[in-house]
Write a protein that binds this ligand. Structure first.
Ligand SMILES: [Zn+2]
Length: 482
């Protein structure tokens, strides 16, 4: 049982292990256009990363003074530097004083940027800046988790695969499945459960590899979406409101977005299949952080194997926090930056109850993991426009640390947990022999000083090293434009 997304990568994987140099060469040879080449710092057949601290993505203890040997994009040797000799043909990179983590697998990313223009909210496609930013920030695989321009996302995925654009591997999620509710003009609104089913079937044919239901659908809509997606071995996630977490888990949803913030299970007197929009947040603000009902719900979700995606950056409080968390303000177009700053200044000092809920959300995510739940993470570049891809992806590690996870656990949430969910953990998600060399080389030691995650130096995808700083700089001032 595998998804289109998996079979695409699996074909590549199998090819690689067939005998014969020619096959190896064909499988590895990655052609890049000049647009992409300008950002490549390292592209050799044999590479040795020596004397690095390695946090391998399994959640286990970090290891110091490690050597990683990469041949044709795959990790072939890994261990203590004193015991591994680099092949004579290898290019050697001394990683003393640096840390290597797996390429991040981020699960709530969009290729559009949200702009609030009351009474409307716009999702503006960012086809040129966003793919670059994700990769620059260490995300080598992303799920788009809802799109306003599916054809754009599908083309971007294709061009990245073909070496014509800089960016991560993409699990392209189809258009939002939603009935008319929020005034977002880019969203296609369905009128019936049959239409939901037709849409999903159509976008599977076009190449979408996962689906997301949104805030105002019915349980019948969800049943149809889950049935057709699962029949095609694809997964369904949801940012819910009209349906409770318990109802969705019962129907068979695979994943729930934004942690527990959209959870309407604790709204009193709610009507079935109706989004009680204004009542959800207050119900959670009232709920005790150690509520037995919440623990009971978590237990149920875990039994039903429903994963949770944490999107802490989009909920980041204002007071005492950066305007653009992760220090990404250089990326914003000046005109957009001005609007975001105005919004920030208007909210500072007035967000104490939201800040308290944010802390509670962190605690719930920690409890969910401690109970055995699968937590993944993403940034969600929407909300008040403060969440900028790449910068926010690195910042997720800081926020998970703040939530009480160790650095190792935070890395696992952003790599292995998601790779397993995508069914791609044989290939990506940890630093291990045989896996793809998707790695992030970080200056410093984020395990000792979490802020060092911002020093991404080289992001390796398939063993090809991209210059993080150069990519970030190439789109300075572009977010909000394209
Ligand atoms: Zn989203």
């Amino acid at each position: 049982m595998e998804t289109n997304f998996q079979s695409r990568t699996k074909k590549y994987f199998l090819l690689f292990f067939l005998p014969g140099f020619l096959v190896l060469a064909t499988a590895h040879a990655q052609q890049f256009t000049p647009t992409v080449k300008q950002f490549i710092a390292v592209n050799v057949d044999t590479l040795a990363l020596i004397h690095a601290k390695v946090v391998d993505g399994t959640g286990g203890l970090s290891k110091t003074d490690q050597t990683i040997i990469i041949i044709k994009g795959r990790i072939v040797q890994l261990g203590n530097a004193s015991r591994i000799t680099a092949p004579p043909s290898a290019k050697i990179i001394d990683c003393s004083g640096k840390t290597i983590i797996p390429g991040m697998v981020m699960m709530h990313e969009h290729l559009f940027y949200g702009e609030s223009l009351p009474p409307n909210y716009l999702g503006l496609a960012m086809p040129l800046s966003f793919p670059r930013l994700y990769l620059a920030g260490g995300a080598t695989t992303i799920r788009t988790t809802g799109t306003v321009e599916p054809q754009t996302d599908l083309n971007i995925r294709k061009w990245i695969d073909e070496g014509k654009m800089v960016g991560p591997d993409i699990d392209v999620t189809g258009p939002y499945i939603e009935r008319e509710f929020l005034p977002i003009p880019e969203v296609h609104f369905i009128k019936s459960a049959d239409e939901a089913e037709e849409d999903v079937s159509y976008w599977i044919k076009k190449g979408c590899t996962s689906f997301k239901v949104y805030m105002d659908i019915t349980q019948d809509d969800l049943k149809k979406v889950v049935a057709v997606a699962h029949k095609n071995n694809l997964k369904v996630t949801g940012h819910l409101c009209s349906i409770t977490y318990r109802e969705a888990a019962t129907i068979g949803i695979d994943n729930l977005e934004h942690g527990f913030i959209p959870c309407s299970d604790f709204v009193t007197g709610r009507k079935e299949d109706v989004c009680a929009f204004g009542a959800v947040t207050p119900s959670l603000k009232k709920l005790d952080v150690n509520s037995a009902e919440m623990k009971d719900l978590m237990k149920f979700l875990i039994e039903k194997k429903v994963a949770i995606t944490s999107t802490l950056p989009v909920f980041e409080p204002y007071t005492g926090r950066e305007i653009i968390p992760g220090d990404g303000s250089a990326a914003l177009a000046p005109q957009i930056k001005e609007v975001v700053e105005q919004g920030y200044n208007a909210a500072v000092g007035k967000d104490s109850s939201d800040a308290a809920l944010f802390k509670k959300e962190m605690a719930w995510e920690k409890q969910f993991v401690e109970m055995g739940g699968r937590l993944m993470a993403g940034v969600d570049p929407t909300g008040a426009g403060r969440t900028i891809p790449g910068y926010a992806d690195r910042h997720v590690l800081e926020l998970l640390k703040e939530a009480g996870f160790t650095f190792s656990q935070a890395v696992k949430i952003c790599s292995l947990n998601a790779a397993e969910y995508l069914g791609r953990d044989k290939d990506i998600g940890t630093i291990a022999i045989g896996k793809r060399a998707d790695l992030v080389l970080i200056g410093g030691d984020p395990e000792k000083q979490i802020g060092d995650v911002r020093n991404t130096e080289i992001v390796f995808k398939n063993g090809v090293g991209f210059d993080s700083k150069k990519i970030f700089e190439s789109v300075n001032g572009k977010v909000g434009l394209y």
